[in-house]
Design a protein. Structure first.
Length: 560
């Protein structure tokens, strides 16, 4: 294939990211298999999709780009036949008076794409995106168009449906498609939660993205009973019960990934509100730096979790990423010669090779009863989803001093508060001092959008807030289509790690121990959450506004 030969020469002479002998080997392999060289490079994971597509765009003199779902113009897309867009792997992206920009993932289809001028006769230009993003966009468009059709049908036929739904809820194919599409859209947008809230005039649909709730759509009130019933059936809830809250779960495979959707209903003034929390149970990263740990913290954490016994506790509010961190620890520890058992409520992420137990209070399988049985199962490592009571705390700490590594979470305001909480739960101070290896407090902060963040020199007020002696260049949020005009894209964790060394043990064992004594020592010997967040601001990862929000939350909790 001539293209492969030309592209291979370009890579050897210009990019130099792959050794020439490897490029030649992949070129021959691609020709034998009837594939392009860039496809072969992706299949062999020699470079990432993005890296090789940037090279491909440079080679073809085509603009390389990325696209967020919020940037798509459905009105423009609807001007073209959907089947043709799928066949040609292209998306009309931007339109001016004279031309339309298309997103493409296969540059060999450009001549075919020109046939679409039958629908809109303008000049066509092209931007290259990676195939995985193209597939995600096509799935989203298909999903969104179906969703809009269902909502429009219900709005148009409102008078005919109202009487029927009040007497007897009918769940037909459009409702099933709508419910499925809401789940799929939430996943494609990277949402952590879905809120479906009935009010007097309509029903509001909101997704929580990067910690913020965003209104995505509304639906007519006459449609909601069928939607509510469908979600109840999917999550195995009592469809007839409307007076009390219920909790259930939906399992669904979207793309190649498996998801758990935790469904919660709550009776409100205008009907039952639904909140659905999204868990990607296929997520399998063990990369600690991806969580937000810097290189120094990563070395410290890896050393601690390799200890043969002791307890490591994570603390932070609900939704601060404690479970994600605990699962990353487990994946780092998951070896064939190690027996790992967890007890969770619920099991949020399945890990091959780890024995995971889900508590069942109705069968008297609580954290405490499960822990007693686990200790008879010859475990090396025990992970407890959460320490909620004195009995669980007592068993966990005693297991930690009898040759087991215990990982768990506990609710306190900061790392130092873990010691006080355990003592208040009735755990003797000597047991806390002997068993506790470390306490890690974490929070999530929003990351600045890499496409539109703006530089500025710190003001006098910002310098005072960050305790800077001289002005520094930092970044601030702006807003663009890529980040849905929020200025932020994604979140990262900030940590404070209290290592229980001899000095900390001495303070805990002091007969006159107070939390102030421990806090005074840690102020000088531990990097706090705010100090961690400060480094993120100075590195351009997050904004001074996110730092200020974190500071306000910490000050409020300290006053409480």
């Amino acid at each position: 294939m001539l293209f492969n030969e030309l592209f291979s020469r370009y890579l050897i002479n210009n990019e130099k990211k792959i050794k020439p002998e490897i490029i030649n080997e992949l070129t021959n392999k691609a020709s034998q298999n009837g594939r392009t060289l860039y496809e072969e490079i992706i299949r062999n994971k020699t470079l990432t999709e993005e890296a090789i597509y940037i090279d491909l765009a440079n080679f073809l003199n085509i603009k390389y780009t990325t696209c967020q779902l919020t940037e798509l113009n459905l009105d423009l897309i609807n001007k073209f036949k959907r089947e043709k867009l799928i066949e040609y792997e292209c998306i009309p992206f931007k339109e001016t008076d004279k031309e339309i920009e298309f997103l493409i993932s296969n540059p060999f289809r450009i001549e075919e794409i020109k046939e679409l001028q039958y629908y809109v006769a303008k000049k066509y230009t092209y931007s290259l995106i990676v195939p995985s993003q193209m597939q995600n966009i096509l799935d989203y468009i298909d999903n969104k168009i179906q969703q809009n059709q269902v909502l429009n049908d219900f709005t148009t036929n409102k008078a005919d449906i109202t009487e029927q739904t009040t007497k007897d809820v009918t769940i037909d194919a459009p409702v099933i498609k709508l419910c499925d599409s809401l789940l799929k859209e939430a996943v494609s947008r990277g949402a952590s939660d879905i809120h479906i809230e009935p009010f007097n005039e309509d029903v509001r649909i909101r997704y929580r993205i990067d910690g913020k709730l965003n209104t995505i759509d509304t639906m007519p009130t006459n449609m909601y009973p069928a939607v509510l019933a469908r979600f109840k059936i999917m999550s195995d809830l009592n469809i007839a019960e409307r007076r009390v809250p219920q909790d259930g779960k939906i399992n669904m495979e979207i793309g190649d990934l498996k998801y758990d959707f935790r469904v919660s209903t709550l009776p409100t003034l205008y009907g039952e509100k639904i909140v659905i929390r999204i868990y990607n149970i296929s997520y399998s990263s063990s990369n600690l730096s991806a969580l937000g740990f810097n290189s120094e913290e990563e070395i410290l954490i890896k050393d601690m979790i390799q200890r043969p016994h002791g307890i490591i506790l994570l603390t932070g509010p609900t939704g601060s990423g404690k479970s994600t961190t605990l699962y990353a620890f487990l994946r780092n520890l998951n070896n064939e010669d190690t027996n790992i058992i967890t007890v969770e409520d619920p099991v949020e992420n399945e890990i091959v090779g780890v024995n995971q137990v889900q508590v069942n209070p109705k069968a008297n399988l609580t954290f405490a009863t499960a822990l007693r049985s686990i200790l008879r199962q010859d475990p090396n490592i025990i992970m407890i989803g959460e320490i909620r009571d004195e009995e669980t705390a007592d068993i966990a700490t005693r297991a930690a001093i009898t040759g087991h590594l215990v990982l768990s979470s506990i609710h306190t305001n900061d790392a130092a508060g873990v010691v006080t909480r355990l003592i208040n739960m009735g755990i003797p101070r000597y047991l806390v001092a002997d068993s506790l290896l470390a306490a890690i407090s974490q929070r999530l902060v929003r990351k600045l959008c890499p496409k539109c963040k703006k530089k500025h020199l710190t003001t006098k007020e910002e310098m005072e807030m960050l305790n800077l002696k001289e002005a520094r260049m930092i970044y601030e949020a702006d807003g663009c289509p890529y980040c849905n005009h929020t200025g932020y894209y994604g979140r990262t964790a900030v940590f404070e790690i209290m290592v229980v060394d001899e000095k900390v043990r001495d303070i805990v064992m002091n007969p006159n121990f107070t939390s102030d004594m421990l806090n005074e020592y840690l102020e000088k010997n531990m990097r706090s959450l705010l100090e961690n967040a400060k480094t993120r601001v100075l590195a351009g990862e997050t904004s001074i506004e996110e730092y200020e929000k974190l500071e306000e939350v910490i000050e409020i909790k300290e006053r409480v």
